[in-house]
Design a binder for this molecule. Structure first.
Ligand SMILES: Cc1cc2nc3c(=O)[nH]c(=O)nc-3n(C[C@H](O)[C@H](O)[C@H](O)COP(=O)(O)OP(=O)(O)OC[C@H]3O[C@@H](n4cnc5c(N)ncnc54)[C@H](O)[C@@H]3O)c2cc1C
Ligand code: FES
Length: 347
């Protein structure tokens, strides 16, 4: 057992042997930003000011050699190797506010719906107590004992009392876990998930107009966030712009149309980049300046591939959005090629 100390607050958190520093923080309810949980995105980067840790295998683009030399580490993969490890993690954002994640929770697949040619919607019911989560968070799912690595999947529904979790999973060419979900996880299969994880969550203190931008299964966390906001009576306009190639690549159209009829402040705007329909045509980044010339008082939520998220973020910043009100969730690949780590131990 080690101790993770937060600087400058001085708060101390226990870190069990074999736990990552991110895992220990989450068990104690701290919302350290994270995304891929696999050393690929760099979201969980922190400066370590005291102690030593094993960094494990991470990608150079997420943690450069210069970062390493300056004492930074990726907390999602870092495990303490000294009794105390001190990390720089601000006082304001270091308040416990997340539900501590749990590992290997048992669920049953109760339904699966093929939403588009490449996307399946999975409904999972807990065998134990419901898992508590915030809208916008994700879980990990896999079958490591049988060679299927645990990957991250955003929860698509808002929390409810029976604990059902809905996921929207895109089949990735040659992807291990997504193909396992599509081909092996059948109705009645018992499976294990871990979570909840992530900090792509709404800010209840904000009541601005909301613009959600999604592509592909990036729609999942935005369905959860929008659904929860509408359910609790959010009054300001909520608009969801969704990019798909063809009309049959738009999932959950029925639910989105229902929200649009039920909630006058909600609008769903699909755009097609290849197919033709009566609505918007073209990439979201090209449409934004005409549709939303002034985003200065909006909260923006963006989810999809890392490239999509980064491109949309650049455009909305150019349209006056406040950087503090832009929230992004890039669906980073967690596949990391096996290679000997250049520097396993940082002290
Ligand atoms: C926070 C977060 C939330 C996410 N939410 C969702 C979601 O809601 N829905 C969703 O569908 N996805 C989501 N993702 C993405 C998801 O976690 C997986 O990355 C995705 O399903 C692909 O996993 P996979 O195991 O199928 O593919 P991987 O096996 O990880 O493969 C990924 C890529 O690497 C390539 N590759 C694999 N093995 C090799 C090899 N040996 N050599 C060379 N290349 C190789 C594959 O061809 C593929 O292009 C999310 C990701 C994050 C980080
Ligand atoms: S590098 Fe740690 S969460 Fe992505």
């Amino acid at each position: 057992m080690s101790t993770v100390k937060l600087h400058p607050s001085g708060q101390e958190i226990p870190c069990e042997d074999n736990d990552t520093i991110l895992g220990a923080l989450e068990k104690a309810g701290y919302a350290l930003p994270n995304n891929c949980r696999a050393g690929a995105c760099g979201e969980c980067r922190c400066k370590v000011t005291q102690g030593s840790f094993d960094q494990g295998m991470v990608m150079d683009m997420a943690l450069s050699q210069a970062d390493r030399a300056a004492g930074y580490g990726l907390m999602c993969m870092a495990k303490p190797t000294s009794d105390v490890v001190t990390i720089e993690y601000g006082t304001d954002d270091a308040q416990p506010k997340l539900f501590p994640p749990q590992e290997n929770l048992h669920f049953t697949v109760v339904d699966r719906i093929q939403r588009t040619p490449r996307m399946v919607e999975l409904h999972l019911m807990p065998l134990g107590k419901p898992m508590r989560f915030w809208p916008g968070q994700f879980i990990t799912l896999g079958d490591e004992a049988n060679g299927i690595p645990a990957r991250s999947y955003s929860i698509c529904n808002a929390p409810n009392s029976d604990g059902e979790l809905v996921l929207l999973v895109t089949r990735v060419a040659d992807g291990l876990t997504s193909n396992w979900v599509h081909d092996q996880l059948q109705i009645g299969t018992r499976t294990k998930i871990s979570g909840p994880y992530g900090t792509f969550i709404g800010d209840p203190s904000v009541e601005t107009p909301v613009l959600c931008l999604a592509a592909g299964s990036g729609l999942a966390p935005l369905l959860s966030l929008s659904g929860a906001a509408l359910r609790r009576g959010y009054k300001a306009p909520v608009q969801l712009l969704f990019s798909a190639r063809h009309a049959d690549d738009v999932p959950n159209l029925g639910l989105l149309k229902h929200w649009q009829i039920k909630h006058r402040n909600f609008k769903f705007r699909p755009t097609l980049t290849r197919g033709i329909h009566s609505g918007l045509q073209g990439r979201i980044t090209e449409l934004l300046p005409e549709l939303y010339p002034d985003l200065s008082n909006h909260s923006i939520y963006i989810a999809g591939s890392p490239e999509f998220s980064a491109a949309c973020e650049q455009v909305v910043l150019g349209l006056g959005a406040d950087a503090k009100q832009i929230h992004t969730e890039g669906f980073f690949d967690q596949f990391i090629p096996e290679q000997p780590p250049e520097e396993r131990l940082i002290s």
